[in-house]
Design a protein around this ligand. Structure first.
Ligand SMILES: NC(=O)c1ccc[n+]([C@@H]2O[C@H](COP(=O)([O-])OP(=O)(O)OC[C@H]3O[C@@H](n4cnc5c(N)ncnc54)[C@H](OP(=O)(O)O)[C@@H]3O)[C@@H](O)[C@H]2O)c1
Length: 335
């Protein structure tokens, strides 16, 4: 079987498709024939060595993938042959608060990733996917969708009638828009593109603000709404000040991403003067993934898939993601 490895040093030039031995299945484990994979912003940071420069090489990238169970080890009871399942992002995090292993042992880095024709995984790391989704659609769920769900539901308590602000049109933000609408919330979105603004409106955003045209987009959102209840913050240091402008007193900012940097001088005053709750999010646990899948199935939600590349063109998929031209998710069909 074949898989991709980042070999001697970091960088896309060192992402190689290699022959690897078919892994043996032990007790409590299953073999998956991987059907589709999906890329996240984190995966390109990982491949380039910007996420964890001390990560031992070689490693197999990608946290996200879906596969069919083709072999069961002794004692497996959570899944059956033929089931379509995703692997969880944090294999040891089943429910509740994260412990140190949950935040350290994550897939597509320290834990071997899904960019492979076959993988062997423990049965506790698996989540069956909704039947109505194609393989490619199902592959989008483990990181971006669950992150949005954790922000809005597990930690956010977003409810019908709340106003949610999403930033840009990447994987996490488009899922946040779709899930917030599913929950009955209103959504204001930002983007840097007129064409993407149309697509955000078509998915149910009630207004779109151009952050590239108005550096005070957070103030514009506050003037539009009176202050939002919840910000799904994927920009990080470069956008946090405007997100704090946009949020209402007593509202929540889910701190998720670093698209606009990790370090900036920042006044903490708006956080305390508006009594804002700032909640860090690290994807989420298996129980949250299962709850999200029930909601996705009940509402027949379809993930926004931008482009699908063949397995042999992983490099092109990474380059497309890096271009920022995508809307939603960039995926790979395997086999
Ligand atoms: N903490 C966690 O658990 C977790 C989980 C998943 C992702 N993340 C992080 O969340 C961020 C988003 O990840 P992703 O996979 O969704 O990324 P992505 O799909 O690559 O998102 C790219 C899009 O983000 C928008 N964007 C870029 N810079 C922006 C800015 N300054 N302000 C507003 N929007 C901006 C652009 O949208 P437009 O073209 O519409 O302008 C761009 O197309 C990343 O930093 C990632 O590492 C964290």
């Amino acid at each position: 079987m074949r898989r991709y490895e980042v070999q001697d040093s970091f960088g896309l030039d060192n992402l190689r498709l290699v022959e690897a031995p078919v892994p043996a299945v032990g007790p409590g484990q299953v073999r998956l024939q991987v059907r589709a994979c999906c890329l996240n912003y984190r995966d390109q940071l990982m491949v380039r060595g910007h996420y964890d420069p001390r990560l031992p090489l070689p490693f197999v990238p990608l946290s996200d993938g879906v596969g069919e169970v083709v072999e069961l080890g002794a004692g497996v009871s959570r899944v059956a042959l033929g089931d379509r399942v995703c692997a969880t992002f944090a294999p040891t995090w089943i429910a509740g608060e994260p412990d140190p292993s949950a935040v350290r042992l994550t897939r597509g880095g320290v834990v071997s990733g899904m960019l492979s024709e076959q993988v062997v995984l423990g049965e506790q790391e698996l989540v069956p996917v909704p039947d109505h989704l194609s393989d490619v659609e199902a592959a989008t769920l483990p990181c971006a969708a669950l992150t949005a769900w954790s922000a809005l539901v597990t930690y956010g308590g977003v409810k019908a009638g709340d106003v949610v602000l999403t930033l840009g049109s990447g994987g996490v933000s488009v899922f946040a828009l779709q899930l917030a609408r599913l929950l009955g919330a209103r959504v204001i979105a930002t983007t840097s593109s007129a064409a993407k603004a149309e697509r955000l409106l078509a998915l149910g955003a009630e207004a779109v603000v151009r952050y590239d045209e108005d550096p005070r987009w957070g103030t514009a959102v506050r003037q539009l709404t009176g202050g939002v209840d919840h910000v799904v913050e994927v920009g990080g240091a470069g956008t946090l000040a405007q997100s704090l402008e946009a949020v209402r007193p007593g509202g929540t900012v889910s701190l998720i991403g670093v698209l606009a940097g990790v370090r900036e001088p920042l006044s903490v005053l708006p956080v305390l003067m508006k009594q804002v709750r700032v909640q860090g999010i690290l994807v989420g646990h298996r129980q949250g993934f299962e709850a999200m899948n029930r909601a996705i199935a009940a509402h027949q939600l379809r993930p926004a898939v931008d482009r699908v590349f063949p397995f042999t063109q992983a490099r092109a998929a990474f380059e497309h993601l890096a271009s920022g031209m995508h809307f939603g998710k960039v995926c790979l069909q395997v086999g």
